[in-house]
Design a protein around this ligand. Structure first.
Ligand code: ADP
Length: 152
């Protein structure tokens, strides 16, 4: 069974995340969307809300699960018996950052974890949760950038 973990903050889930999820669904037997919860970090949406948004946005996919974890992504993946980490690539800056993380995770997992990257579909690569939060804070039309189920 091919199990992939898609880790992230998802604060909130965007159409960029959704694009990656939708395209990864046929590639794996099970896709676990896992919210990495860092107690030091301040989020706009509480964990329960972020989980609810992802659940509702992905309910049509029968092989998708939504979960959260604290601590290292590798430890979570090994606990779930996942062989793959899924990440999205928007631009060269993402690539540089993700390259270091992917090598580190493979080393920490003693080569038991491969990171699989999907390129964002054109037209979605400018979207980020931080920009969405900024738009929400200033009363802009954030609905254009997130799945329909994400409403504040
Ligand atoms: P993190 O805090 O780990 O960066 P995010 O929720 O911001 O968490 O992102 C999780 C994953 O989703 C990352 O792999 C990121 O590259 C990817 N991602 C975020 N926005 C987009 C987008 N617009 N298109 C494709 N992938 C994206």
């Amino acid at each position: 069974m091919k199990i992939a973990v898609f880790p992230g903050s998802f604060d909130p889930i965007t159409l960029g995340h959704f694009d990656i999820i939708e395209r990864a669904v046929p590639l794996f037997d099970k896709l676990i969307i896992a919210i990495g919860q860092n107690s030091q970090k301040k989020y706009m949406f509480p964990l329960e809300k972020r989980i609810e948004f992802i659940r509702k946005a992905t309910e049509q996919f029968h092989n998708v699960e939504v979960d959260f974890f604290e601590g290292l992504t590798v430890d979570y993946c090994l606990e779930k018996e996942a062989q793959f980490i899924l990440r999205g690539l928007r631009n060269p800056a993402d690539f540089e950052f993700e390259k270091a993380i992917a090598h580190t995770n493979r080393t920490l997992a003693h080569k038991k974890l491969e990171t699989v990257f999907l390129l964002t579909s054109s037209g979605k690569s400018f979207i980020s949760s931080s920009i969405v939060r900024e738009i929400i804070t200033h009363g802009g039309e954030y609905e254009l950038l997130v799945p329909d189920v994400v409403r504040v």
